[in-house]
Design a protein around this ligand. Structure first.
Ligand code: FAD
Length: 369
């Protein structure tokens, strides 16, 4: 029987980044049900890092702590993991300011743009927006490179990643877990739940009370438009929370209608209504003629009931560690979140890189008010 210190269920960015932090010091095995580790949320993201995302919450501290780790290409990547893009938060009379910007300071402080400055960044923007807040620090994340670097680090440090291996159930005998998988039994000291939308399913099958996780479907559409020179168009969003888009290729954009549809854990697919909504909101924003839908996809962003990320040992089942509820920020927070989780698992003090972060904010069974 395979015998490990830490068994991580789920090979998405949550499991892979935590595996990269833990392996070496601990004997780590990641099991992934699919034939590839990035099939679900991790392979379907819009791939950006943005300081303001999620507002003034403990997750923002994780985003800010992650930025220098990305800049240092943690955990060892051949290519840079961030590419500068910038974000434009459009404002208009009567629809207020963009509250999520909060009190971002220093290099993350947004600057206000007048209409003439916006026109230089987004030629063809329709007239209803009179101003914008600009976040220069917003960047694209090279998600595949980052995810692969994490998986490589796990293996390089002596850990293992097994795809096509589904977690089926587990019993704790007071000392260790006896785990059933589709590829045979595993004996583990610690069970880590990094199964994204399936997080509550894993808990139930390990005899642990679920958290009430909610997977919400979100759609992205790649449109070919009758305009060129779009590759570096910033991330553009309105302060109504109704759309975002960003340049993809010379004449293509990614557009998201910011949909949130409650789903059971599944292989989510884009629905026609969400695709049509994305196109409609995009056409109301810019005068760029839509020529074709080149690609469309959807993924599940999974939230705890209070929308906080949940990292830590279960207070009712101490050999069970939660790493779930990353919602729409699981990539951009992963470098710091994985460090936080690894320190909690190892029982170490938090390092200077995580200054200001309070693990209690992420305690799985506490509810934020
Ligand atoms: C459309 C969209 C846009 C997004 N854009 C961004 C963005 O721009 N920036 C950002 O930071 N975040 C973004 N996100 C959020 C981000 O993608 C997620 O927070 C993150 O990928 C979650 O990672 P994960 O590893 O928890 O989940 P997943 O990647 O879903 O991984 C969980 C894994 O667990 C596996 N699993 C499930 N059950 C079992 C089992 N029984 N046995 C073994 N394995 C199992 C699954 O197969 C899956 O691979 C976006 C998400 C979506 C859907």
């Amino acid at each position: 029987m395979i015998c490990v210190d830490v068994l991580i269920v789920g090979g998405g960015i949550a499991g892979a980044s935590l595996g990269a932090r833990l392996s070496g010091a601990q004997n780590v095995l990641i099991i992934e049900a699919e034939d590839l580790c990035g099939r679900h949320a991790t392979g379907r993201s819009a791939a950006f890092w943005q300081a303001s995302l999620g507002g003034d919450t403990p997750e923002r501290q994780l985003s800010l702590a992650s930025k220098p780790m990305f800049d240092a290409d943690w955990p060892g990547s051949d290519t840079p993991l961030l590419r500068a893009r910038g974000a434009v938060h459009l404002t208009a009379p009567g629809i207020g300011e963009y509250e999520e910007l909060g009190d971002l300071a220093g290099e993350y402080r947004p600057v206000h743009l007048g209409r003439d400055q916006i026109d230089r960044l987004i030629p063809g923007l329709r007239q209803q927006w009179t101003g914008a807040w600009y976040e220069a620090s917003c960047a694209d994340i090279e998600v595949a490179a980052f995810h692969n670097a994490c998986l490589r680090a796990v293996r390089r440090q002596g850990g293992d990643v097994r795809t096509d291996t589904s977690f089926l159930g587990a019993r704790h005998n007071g000392d260790r877990w006896q785990v059933d998988t589709s590829n045979g039994p595993i004996d583990a000291k610690l069970l880590v739940n990094a199964a994204g939308a399936w997080g509550d399913e894993i808990a139930k099958h390990a005899g642990v009370r679920p958290l009430g996780l909610e997977p919400l479907r979100r759609t992205v559409v790649q449109l070919r438009v009758g305009r060129t020179g779009l590759k570096d168009v910033p991330f553009v969003t309105d302060s109504h929370d109704s759309f975002y888009f960003k340049g993809e290729g010379d004449n293509s954009v990614w557009v998201c209608p910011l949909d949130e549809t409650r789903m059971e854990p599944c292989d989510a697919a884009a629905e026609e209504l969400d695709v049509a909504t994305a196109i409609d909101r995009f056409e109301r924003a810019v005068d760029w003629p839509v020529e074709a839908v080149e690609r469309k996809w959807a993924g599940l962003r999974t939230f705890a009931p209070d929308r906080g990320m949940k990292f830590g040992f279960d207070s009712e089942s101490p050999a069970f560690f939660w790493c779930v509820g990353q919602g729409g920020m699981g990539i951009q927070t992963a470098p710091a979140a994985s460090l936080l989780c690894a320190k909690l698992i190892n029982g170490d003090e938090l390092p200077a890189e995580l200054a200001g972060i309070d693990p209690a904010d992420f305690a799985p069974r506490s509810v934020r008010v």
